[in-house]
Design a protein around this ligand. Structure first.
Ligand code: HEM
Length: 236
């Protein structure tokens, strides 16, 4: 509570919570979204729900920024798009780091947590689904912008200093691709460490099959391009 001036600590925003902090952030609703202790099958449900719910929020921010970035690229506002993509990429870093928390769970005790999940599966993560939806149009917007500038993909790199923002955009795209791949690799190891790689998931997919998604890429052309650049200018 602040004592700066009369009335400043009194809430002015609509709502019934005791402070504007709680009203604006809707902390009462937010903190009611986790099971109470009397509903837990195991107390690690709080850890499990916290990691998943916070990850969904970061993924929501990430896909909103990616979608808006694609729109900005479409109108050649590349610097503004890059600003948002740097942000989205940092969201993916946070979501990847959050996976560390799940390794605090005992694999045996997780078998009890798992019983509370029904058929719940990460395949139905709205945040991840939206990332998969908005990312290909961003790639299409990048290639259209590159063509408007009259450049081949190789030229975006060989003439990167002349076309700084286009080059930075290409690098944000590969960063996004890499962040998703790193998340998948890390997620696969967490899954292997917690439930094992030789079992099936809650919707019946073998964990091994999910592991193969590590080789997926949104922008394979940006990875292939590296080979071309290396071959274009071989060592003497
Ligand atoms: C103990 C922790 C976790 C376990 C044991 C686990 C297990 C699994 C399994 C077995 C699958 C394969 C699909 C299925 O059959 O259900 C899967 C997929 C998935 N999980 Fe998790 N998961 C964990 C944590 C997380 C977290 C924290 C997220 C964050 C959003 C997440 C998001 C996903 C996504 C997006 C997929 C789809 C995979 C892809 O498209 O690459 N999982 N998970």
């Amino acid at each position: 509570m602040s004592d700066e001036g009369p009335g400043l600590s009194k809430p002015v925003l609509p709502g019934s919570a005791p402070s504007d902090y709680e009203r604006y952030l809707r902390t009462e609703d937010l903190l009611a979204l986790q099971k109470d202790a009397d509903e837990w099958v195991h107390r690690d449900e709080l850890l499990f729900q916290t990691v998943h719910q916070s990850s969904e929020l970061w993924l929501k921010l990430a896909w909103n920024e990616i979608e808006e970035a694609a729109r900005l690229v479409g109108s050649d506002e590349l610097a503004a798009a890059n600003r948002l993509l740097r942000r989205a990429n940092d969201c993916l870093k946070l979501v990847t780091q959050a996976l560390d928390m799940l390794e605090h769970m005992s694999p045996w005790e997780y078998t009890f947590v798992r019983k509370a999940l029904g058929h719940g599966s990460g395949f139905d993560s709205p945040g991840f689904r939206e990332i998969r939806r908005v990312t290909p149009p961003l790639g299409a917007a990048f290639h259209a912008a590159r063509e408007r500038a009259g450049l081949s993909l190789v030229e975006v790199y060989t003439r990167g200093r002349e076309f700084e923002q286009l080059y930075q955009l290409a690098e944000q795209l590969i960063e996004l691709d890499e962040r998703v791949i790193v998340w998948r690799v890390r997620h696969f190891k967490v899954v292997q460490r917690v439930i094992g790689a030789g079992v099936v998931g809650t919707q019946g997919t073998p964990v091994e099959v999910m592991g193969r998604l590590i080789h997926k890429s949104f922008f394979p052309e940006l990875w292939d391009l590296r080979n071309e650049l290396t071959e274009l200018n071989p060592p003497e």
